[in-house]
Design a protein around this ligand. Structure first.
Ligand code: ATP
Ligand code: MG
Length: 233
């Protein structure tokens, strides 16, 4: 049986004017169902590009992303969008909350657009409680701290109990206390629901929350011993 998420020889090059900027130069790996994997590597090594491809937010130039047996590239745009909403919870470094909606609606919107038809009010309240948001649900993003905004974004990602959680530097803008809340929640959700989690991070402490690390460098996956930044730890 294949892995739950499979990246197969992914290539992606951005074109800026007349210049090609290769971001991924042949990335392959598998993530098993229920695994919590962290992706580490220097700035510019292609981590966010990988995140967008794994989430079906952009297309690879070549190679494949297979999730739960479905090949993203073989799906129509509509099918890919539907699968994304149903199966994947996203956490972005910059929160990506809707500024005019309060925290409650920012979280609830994930349930509305998922089309799962499985709204679970008790689970909604529990997630908010675990993330310390219960008293902030009427606040808009501009009335929340950065840490609170990221906790709202995490609640939004988790409230549908997605099979897969993809997080790009979810603690990148947070202090230690908020980072720990976010990381513990990701870990708890992964363990309770058997979710497959892939988290990009710069932070060695954060990377330890996962079961294993994938090391990236210059658009490639490299062995841990070939990653000087990390092999010293
Ligand atoms: N939209 C874009 N247009 C052109 N080049 C891009 C674009 N996005 C990323 N790149 C380039 O692709 C390479 C990989 O970028 P990417 O954002 O995937 O790196 P990263 O590992 O996430 O870095 P960081 O840790 O700084 O977030 C870099 O050289 C970057 O300059
Ligand atoms: Mg990035």
């Amino acid at each position: 049986m294949g892995a739950f998420i499979e990246a197969i020889d992914l290539h992606k090059t951005y074109r800026v004017g007349k210049i090609d900027v290769p971001a991924l130069r042949g990335i392959s790996f598998g993530v098993q169902k229920g695994e919590f994997v962290t992706v580490v590597g220097p700035s510019g090594s292609g981590k966010s590009t990988l995140f967008y491809l794994l989430g079906g937010l952009t297309r690879a130039d070549s190679g494949k992303v297979i999730m739960d047996g479905d090949d993203f590239a073989a799906l129509s745009d509509a099918e890919r969008t539907r699968m994304r909403k149903r199966k994947i919870g996203f956490v972005f470094q910059k929160f990506n909350l809707l500024p005019t909606l309060d925290a409650r609606s920012n979280i609830a919107i994930a349930q509305e657009i998922s089309g799962n038809g499985d709204r679970d009010p008790a689970f909604f309240l529990r997630i908010c409680d675990l993330l310390g948001l219960s008293k902030r649900l009427n606040h808009r993003p501009s009335e929340l701290s950065g840490g609170e905004q990221q906790r709202v974004a995490l609640a939004r990602a988790l409230v549908n109990k997605p099979a897969v959680v993809l997080a790009d530097e979810p603690t990148g803008n947070l202090d230690t206390e908020n980072s720990n809340i976010v990381l513990r929640m990701l870990r708890q959700s992964n363990q309770e629901l058997g979710q497959t989690v892939l988290m990009i991070t710069h932070n060695p402490e954060a990377a330890k929350y996962g079961d294993r690390m994938i090391h990236m460098r210059d658009g490639h996956v490299v062995k841990p011993e070939d990653d000087p930044q990390w092999s010293v730890h």
